[in-house]
Design a protein around this ligand. Sequence first.
Ligand code: FAD
Length: 472
Amino acid sequence: MKRIAIIGGGISGLSAAYTIEEKRQSGTPVKYVLFESSPRLGGVLVTDRVDGCLIEAGPDSFLTEKPWAADLCRKIGLGDQLIGSNDSERKTYIVVRGKLVVMPDGLMFMVPTKIMPTVFSPLFSLRTKMRMAAEWFHPPHKASEDETVAQMVERHYGSEMVDLLADPLLSGVYGGEASQLSVRAVLPRFADMELKHGSLGRAMLAARKKMGRAPNLPARPLFTSLKDGMQQMTDALVARLDPDALKTSSLVQSVIPQDDAWTVSAGYQSDQFDAVIIATPTHAAAAVLQATDENLSRELGEIQYSSSVTVTLGYDEKIRRSLPPGFGFLVPRSEGRRMLAATFVHNKFPHRAPENRAIVRCFLGGARDEQILQSSEGEILEIVRRELRLIVGTALNAEPLFARVYKWKSAMAQYSVGHLERLQRIETLRQKLPGLALAGNGYSGIGVPDCVRSGAEAASKILAGMGMWSSA
Ligand SMILES: Cc1cc2nc3c(=O)[nH]c(=O)nc-3n(C[C@H](O)[C@H](O)[C@H](O)COP(=O)(O)OP(=O)(O)OC[C@H]3O[C@@H](n4cnc5c(N)ncnc54)[C@H](O)[C@@H]3O)c2cc1C
């Protein structure tokens, strides 16, 4: 019987465990133990219920375009629990000089693909609109080195586009900054499009045409989630694992290879395994591997993480009627606010709030406001309520019916320039340690679907090394 240790019980570790569990149930002689330092499994996937409303403390959904999370949900019997975002209400605002300005139709991520809505949009200056027109004729370009998202977007559309769209969009997804994040790691499609087509606008349109959609099929929603919230997925996964294999409140300090085995030490206990999957943020993986391989530990430790805070406020029916339609808004850095974005949850996922409730979820923190973690919940609520009043208007003077604050320390990986080269160095070092696999959001995708994929891939790599995996 082979034994595999999994370190970390977030979605990445649970996905790895489920892959092994499936093999175990089909008769493969393999066992696993999952070590999780906190008392609960699921990592940052936390769903609460307050006053009839469903509140997401961490992720609220995932991109439909990336199939791995929805595929896993179907496998574990949650296919009928998958729901799409209410895209008929999809409208996002950017805060410009304190006011909400709607993003023009046809923007794909930050690339304009429709002429008229962009031309008439009050969001952009005439100068940026002229840059957008000229972008259509951008020649193919291969950057000799990795560069930041800001550098690439500026080359195509100018600095206003970086401030109004690139930076706020990346704050929303990565809690990061366009001037730090690597275009090759974060937007590899953009680097490809620039190389082949030159113009990102033309490339987006060509891609859309190529994908084409069967005429009678409805468009897929942009975001997918679960009826009972994101934690429904981790709860269902946990229910399908071997309960004896799940060790919560077990912080792993080290994993040391000895002969053909790995010694995993957690607290005062240590145990031997044939292989180890580390599915934690890379800063935690660096600590666990410090005594094993200094170089690998250093490379892992150099991947930066940012922290974030989510604040959910609940309001009554009267406030709900006075709030703008749409999914919410993004706040560019030039506005000088601490809030990065806010979601009108009752519009994005209507069933999460009864008809007589409004839910506003706000994001703070990110790479440029790590200090927010030091603020008390009361101080954070004060900031959020003041900024909401200034941005959305006096409707939000009202006392919320409820408020919840969640702090996430060093939870969002920042793929900075050179990230892909660092991953190669990490892989070279990892290969020298047979029986070790790495998974999580620090490598090749921060979203829930990528974490599901990375956990499953790490497990299949380990099983393949034991001659227990065939993709057939
Ligand atoms: C506020 C927020 C909003 C987000 N929104 C979205 C979204 O809408 N859509 C989306 O797709 N993604 C979103 N993400 C990103 C996504 O949720 C995460 O990248 C993903 O869930 C990370 O999963 P993970 O298992 O790799 O890490 P984690 O969830 O961080 O789990 C790692 C686990 O390892 C444990 N651990 C650490 N060290 C040790 C140790 N030494 N021993 C034992 N256990 C250890 C930790 O306690 C933790 O439970 C969001 C993230 C945050 C924080």
